[in-house]
Write a protein that binds this ligand. Structure first.
Ligand SMILES: [Zn+2]
Length: 358
C-alpha cells in the first residue's frame, strides 16, 4: 500500500525521558497522561454529552479491535462502544439458533425496519443458512446494525467491518442518519499496516487451549516459557492463573500466514483506496510501521514492538528470553519497525481532538 497519505506521526516529546510500561494498564494510563493529558481530558468531557460514529478501516488483522478497545480503556468503557459487523452477523445467527425469543424479537424488528428484496422469512433463512457476512445483502446488514444499536445505550461508536464491499460505501456516507446519530459527527479512521506485519501476526499466533487467550511466540510472550525436549521447540505457558500454565498451541493453518486471506486483503485494500478518495468526511490516518531511518527522531524506543527469541540455559534448564527490535519490510520495501498499539492510539486521539474541534 502507498504510504504517501500516511505521514509519520511524531509521538516523541522533547524533554520527556521517562519510560512507560505499555504492556501494563497502569503504565499505559501514565503514558497517555504524559503524552496526551489535555487531549484525553477534552475527549472525556466531550463524550459526557456527545458521541460520534467512527468507521475503522483497515485490512483484516490490522488491529481495529485492539485500537478501539485501548481507546475505550483511556476515555471510559461506558462512553464508547465497538461494533464489529462480522461478529454481529455471527451473534445474530447464533441467537436465532438457540433462542425462540430472540428470533421473534428480530422478526418484529425486521418487519418494521427492513426494506429489501427478501421477505422477513426469507431473510431469517438467509441468516440461518450462512454465516459469512459478505454473502448477506447490504440492506440486511444495515437493518442488523440498526437492530444492534437499538439495544444499546447512546455511546460513541467504532464501526468495524463496514463498509465491507464497494456497494456499501454509499450507505456508509449516510449511516449516522440511518441509525439516529444525525446530530453527531462521523469520520473515517484509516489504519495502514504492511502485509508483512499481518503475516507474522498470524504465523506465530498461539492460543490457550483452556481460556482461548491469544499470544504470539515471536511478538507477544507470556511470563513463562517452556522447552519441549522431544520436539526441541519453545512454547508459551498461559498467564491466566486458572489455566495452570497450560501450553499455548498454534492453530492449524496459521503457519501459512497471510496466504489464505490474500484475496480478502486485496478486497479490503480496494475499499480502503476508494474511501481515501472521499471528500466531505473527516479522516484520521493511522500507520503501524515507522521507517527505520526516521524512527529515532519520531518515536521512543519503548513504543516499538519488540521481537522475542529464546535460548535454553543447559545448566539450569531455564529458558532465557531475548528481546530485540522487530524489523519488517513495509509494502513499499522500506525497512521499518512496528509500533505498539499505544502510540498508534495516541496519534488517533490527537487527530480526533482536531477533527472534533475540541
Ligand atoms: Zn489460559
Amino acid at each position: 500500500m502507498d504510504n504517501s497519505a500516511f505521514p509519520v506521526f511524531k509521538t516523541k516529546i522533547a524533554g520527556l525521558n521517562q519510560k512507560f510500561d505499555l504492556n501494563d494498564p497502569a503504565g499505559r494510563k501514565q503514558y497517555f497522561e504524559a503524552k496526551a493529558g489535555p487531549e484525553v481530558k477534552k475527549l472525556k468531557a466531550y463524550l459526557d454529552k456527545n458521541s460520534f460514529v467512527a468507521f475503522l478501516l483497515g485490512k483484516k488483522n490490522s488491529g481495529k479491535g485492539t485500537y478501539s478497545k485501548m481507546f475505550m480503556e483511556i476515555v471510559g468503557q461506558e462512553k464508547v462502544g465497538h461494533l464489529s459487523v462480522g461478529d454481529l452477523v455471527r451473534d445474530v445467527h447464533q441467537a436465532l439458533e438457540t433462542s425462540e425469543q430472540s428470533k421473534q424479537e428480530l422478526i418484529e424488528f425486521l418487519k418494521n425496519n427492513y426494506r429489501g428484496y427478501h421477505s422477513v422469512e426469507e431473510t431469517i433463512d438467509l441468516i440461518m443458512g450462512r454465516n459469512q457476512s459478505s454473502l448477506i445483502s447490504s440492506e440486511l446488514i444495515l437493518a442488523l446494525i440498526k437492530y444492534e444499536i437499538s439495544k444499546r445505550p447512546r455511546q460513541a461508536l467504532f464501526i468495524d467491518g463496514f463498509p465491507r464491499a464497494l456497494d456499501q460505501v454509499g450507505y456508509s456516507l449516510f449511516l449516522k442518519q440511518l441509525i439516529g446519530y444525525e446530530n453527531h459527527p462521523d469520520f473515517l479512521v484509516f489504519i495502514n499496516v504492511p502485509n508483512a506485519i499481518i503475516d507474522e501476526r498470524i504465523k506465530y499466533r498461539v492460543v490457550c487451549p483452556i481460556c482461548q487467550s491469544p499470544r504470539n511466540v515471536k511478538l507477544m510472550v507470556t511470563s513463562e516459557v517452556g522447552y519441549d525436549e522431544a520436539t526441541k521447540a519453545f512454547y508459551l505457558m498461559c498467564d491466566n492463573p486458572t489455566c495452570n500454565k497450560a501450553r499455548m498451541m498454534p492453530k492449524e493453518g496459521d503457519e501459512l500466514g497471510i496466504e489464505p486471506i490474500r484475496v480478502r486483503l486485496e478486497t479490503d485494500d480496494k475499499i480502503f483506496q476508494q474511501l481515501l478518495k472521499l471528500h466531505g468526511v473527516p479522516k484520521i490516518f493511522l500507520r503501524n510501521s515507522i521507517p527505520k531511518a526516521v524512527a529515532a527522531e519520531s518515536v521512543d524506543d519503548y513504543e516499538l514492538t519488540p521481537e522475542y527469541g529464546y535460548e535454553l540455559d543447559l545448566a539450569t534448564k531455564k529458558v532465557k528470553v531475548i528481546e530485540k527490535p522487530w524489523t519488517i519490510m513495509d509494502d513499499e520495501g522500506v525497512e521499518s519497525y512496528s509500533q505498539l498499539p499505544p502510540p498508534v492510539v495516541l496519534s488517533m486521539i490527537k487527530q480526533m481532538v482536531k477533527i472534533l474541534e475540541l
